[in-house]
Design a protein around this ligand. Structure first.
Ligand SMILES: [Zn+2]
Length: 201
């Protein structure tokens, strides 16, 4: 599905400032407040807006960052990535197309990276690893680049799986809802009505 200009302007606006009010956004973009609210809900349901975080600088808190690159057997990639993700110190993990896992960890003044690395090195599928202490961070911004002509794969509002083929499209409360099948549609609408009834009590 292609995102239109309104979606792009909304994403840009809230990426720059998650605390911007819908009223300010509406005025800036030239649409109504209910339009902003409906679009933001849809962008959340589609998993494009993942959340609203505050950007706290670890360096200002005397915390150190460490980049870990783990070389492993191809089959073990996702398992090792999940294992790394379990550590609180690990703040970002990804798998490369190559048989490697990359993690960015933050070490507090009392914390140490060695226990984490010890555990990593003991996993039999780990062939080698490299650990780089970050000396300075020159740039650290949101990963998504918001520009015209963005598109997304629709995901089912109920089961959250990608929708292949024609989606089941339902308009409720002035906005489109997408489902992979009619049973997901039914489950979602039941849940939606229960929440609405509760809100009205
Ligand atoms: Zn579904």
């Amino acid at each position: 599905m292609d995102l239109d200009d309104t979606d792009v302007h909304i994403l840009k606006g809230i990426q720059d400032d998650a605390r911007v009010s819908y009223r300010t956004l509406a005025k800036k973009i030239g649409v109504s407040v209910p339009t902003i609210s409906a679009r933001v809900s849809t962008l959340q349901e589609l998993g494009i807006i993942r959340g609203y975080r505050t950007d706290i600088d670890p360096q200002r808190l005397d915390e150190e960052q460490v980049l870990v690159v783990v070389k492993c057997t191809p089959a073990a990639k996702s398992e090792i990535a999940s294992a790394l993700a379990e550590f609180e110190e690990v703040r970002w993990v990804g798998t490369a197309r190559e048989p490697k896992v990359i993690a960015l960890a933050t070490v507090t003044s009392e914390g140490r990276i060695e226990p984490l690395l010890d555990q990593v090195s003991q996993v039999p599928e780990v062939l080698d690893y490299e650990c780089l202490d970050i000396a300075s961070v020159v740039k650290d911004v949101s990963a998504a680049i918001i520009t015209e002509g963005l598109s997304t794969t629709l995901i089912c509002f109920q089961c959250k799986d990608p929708i292949h083929g024609e989606p089941v499209k339902v308009k409720m409360d002035r906005r489109d809802h997408y489902f992979c099948c009619h049973s997901c549609e039914r489950l979602y609408i039941e849940r939606y009505q229960r929440i609405k009834e509760k809100a009205q009590v």
